[in-house]
Design a protein around this ligand. Structure first.
Ligand code: FES
Length: 145
């Protein structure tokens, strides 16, 4: 199987920037057509086309309360009407494995430790809504370029 890159005109579906890496079978066929609507629906569900910040929350062993924190953050984000701008994604180990739950917010690259309920609420209110880091819970800032 080969991979080939294609820019797909999805304006009819309302996603002018959707670009996909469809798989092409050895006989030259492709799954683009049948997968396109599925991809567009998933893009919309996670707001990948409108998000301005992405929060990754570790839910692995040393961050066992991460899933609960992600749920609380999503609820508060919805309450703050930030749903179009912020996506929270539960992830596996972020390789910090100390003082969890750990989460990181992009594009700032702000890494938070010990994210309890109160800290999760502050991250939503102060960082995601107001644009100010929650300094006492941040242990690293590394903005990606
Ligand atoms: S288990 Fe959360 S960072 Fe490793």
């Amino acid at each position: 199987m080969q991979l080939w890159h294609a820019r797909i005109d999805t304006t009819a579906l309302g996603y002018p920037y959707l670009r996909v890496l469809p798989s092409r079978t050895d006989d030259g066929g492709s799954d683009v057509g049948k997968d396109l609507e599925k991809l567009a629906a998933r893009v919309r569900k996670v707001r990948a086309d409108t998000m301005q910040r992405h929060v990754l929350v570790c839910t692995d062993d040393d961050c066992s309360k991460g899933a609960k924190r992600a749920k609380q953050m999503r609820k508060r984000i919805n309450g703050q009407r930030l749903r179009e701008q912020v996506t929270v994604t539960k992830v596996g180990c972020l390789d910090i494995c100390a003082k969890g739950p750990i989460c990181v917010v992009y594009p700032e690259g702000a890494w938070y430790h010990s994210v309890d309920k109160a800290t999760a609420e502050r991250i939503v209110d102060e960082h995601l809504r107001d644009g100010e880091l929650v300094e006492d819970a941040v242990f690293l800032v590394n903005e990606l370029r």
